[in-house]
Design a protein around this ligand. Structure first.
Ligand code: SAH
Length: 237
């Protein structure tokens, strides 16, 4: 049985070190705060979340988990970075949000514990930080109910994404701390599509996120060449 073996401790250390800044909108997590309304709106284009049971894999400080809970979903956020989860828990407590919970566990172990228990699974900006992303994709599929939706976002692997996501974001614009991303771990849409198909997830839509450094605005586009989002649905039995 696969449990917590699919994790890179140095990746968790990066996020733990910054954990106290998760909810500072001007911190290293600013890009996540800025894209959060866009990704929430995109998810709700496929399925309104109110009343649904939602799992957020690699939830970090809970930026997306909490936003989904605020729409009325029953949210469970999981991550393996202890400090980030504490920050997430505290923030929800301070905000009086009762319909979000957090747990420190791997997606692989949760897939054994709670198979087909969730209406929606989100796994955003996380796949490019794990040693074996296919294992995460297949666990997400196992966790969602037949007919349920799984949403992924990650970074494409090509010269443009190297230039924009690493050189541009980490070295020129200082949007992200240096070393946040490793190019070899980036995932081509074809590779993610292959993993989804192998796990019974049908890809329904792919979108890109584009950033204009002059206006400092993000928008959703059809260009998946750097950061991209994939909406999938598990076959109904
Ligand atoms: N999904 C959140 C946070 C993205 S940052 C958002 O989009 O707002 C990436 C997160 O993945 C971090 O919180 C990090 O701790 C987590 N992570 C990295 N490897 C992981 C693993 N193997 N299992 C679970 N979470 C992991």
């Amino acid at each position: 049985m696969k449990t917590s073996t699919n994790v890179d401790p140095s990746e968790l250390a990066k996020f733990s070190e910054l954990a106290h800044r998760w909810w500072d909108p001007n911190s290293e997590f600013r890009p996540l705060h800025e894209i959060n309304p866009l990704r929430l709106a995109w998810i709700e284009e496929f399925t309104p979340l109110t009343g649904l049971r939602v799992l957020d894999v690699g939830c970090g400080g809970g930026i997306l988990s909490e936003a989904m809970a605020r729409t009325g979903a029953e949210v469970l956020g999981i991550d393996l970075a202890t400090k980030s989860l504490r920050v997430a828990q505290l923030h929800a407590l301070e905000g009086g949000i009762k319909n979000v919970q957090y747990r420190e566990c791997s997606v692989e172990s949760l897939a054994h514990e709670l198979p087909e228990q969730f209406d929606v699974v989100t796994c955003m900006e996380m796949l490019e930080h794990v040693p074996d992303f296919e294992s995460v994709v297949s666990s997400c599929s196992r966790l969602v109910k037949p007919g349920g939706r799984v949403f992924f976002s990650t970074l494409n692997r090509n010269p443009k994404s190297f230039l924009f996501a690493i050189v541009g974001a980490e070295y020129v614009l200082n949007l992200l701390p240096r070393g946040t991303h490793e190019y070899q771990k980036f995932i081509k849409p074809s590779e993610l599509a292959h993993a989804c198909r192998a796990s019974d997830l049908e890809q329904q839509s792919i979108r890109g996120l584009t950033y204009n450094p002059i206006t400092r605005r993000y928008w959703v586009s059809k260009d998946p060449s750097v950061n991209y989002w994939v909406a999938t649905q598990k076959s109904a039995r």
